[in-house]
Design a protein around this ligand. Sequence first.
Ligand code: F6P
Length: 330
Amino acid sequence: MAQFSNDQLKTIAVMTSGGDAPGMNAAIRAVVRLALSNGIKVKGIFHGYQGLLDNQIEDLSTRMMANIIQKGGTILKTGRAPEMHKPEARKKAADHLKSQNIDAIVCIGGDGSLTGAHLLWKEHGIPIVGVPGTIDNDIYGSELTIGFDTAINTAMRSIDQIRDTAASHDRLFIVEVMGRNSGFIATWTGLSGGAEEIFFQQNPVTVDHAIEHIKRGMARGKMSSILVTAEGEKPGRAYDLSEAIRKKSGFEAKVCILGHTQRGGAPTALDRVLASQLGAKAVEVLQNGQCDLMVGIMKNEVCLVPHGDIAQNKKAIDLKLVKLAQILST
Ligand code: F6P
């Protein structure tokens, strides 16, 4: 586990990066309040890595953390910064941190953001601790990421509403959820919403299989069905699916793309508790002189995962949940 000399830990910075996720504010609050109460100054980096490149850095106070635990989004703003893939950008980022006398960072974000953190440590010795914050829940080493629980509850509530109209009109619906590279939201939303089939990149379910499933249901008098799909590279995969089903079976499916509604809203209690625990642990870890690792959660215990392992491993989706959704929706 990477170590740094923490006797000079006077100032830390906190940032959010990548897609926002409900609960990020609760994590920021935990970092700021714990660090300040331990005598460490805290700065906020605004707009993620892009803000770091643009030197958008300001002091944070404990009062600024008032009334944010219940808010979605991130008060620090966020962004995606493809420029950070370039070594010269990472050098610029490190120079800004040094000129601002920032001794260490807590970075709240997804796997891309934590990979960036790993490179800043390896190339420039910037001590960073990561906190998993993404609605996708696709970070290796942590059973849950901040924002996932809120997102799946939002999506599940939408499916419940769609089910009312689907049943009233005897219609087939395809509901598209987020997760361009990952099927956790689709799987959990599909199972909790009673969907017939769940589509995502790593799941081998076919259009033919879904049609057979729908037909079997119809033979038993089931007149409405709901399929859930994760978005593809760009939102809109549900339309392709609907077209493929129409061509092969003649069934007309209504499409509903939930999109960014899943990223907003007040975080659930689970996300607030998770964010508070992980944010506080990140500060503790830095005070112990440990870095280049993420604080995660495994079997209800906070755990530490080297950043290097995150980039090299993929978190697997439990396909048994997908199978269970199929069985229970017959
Ligand atoms: O943050 C993760 C995520 O919401 C994915 O689920 C989704 O595929 C992607 O971000 C959308 O990103 P953007 O808001 O940048 O279009």
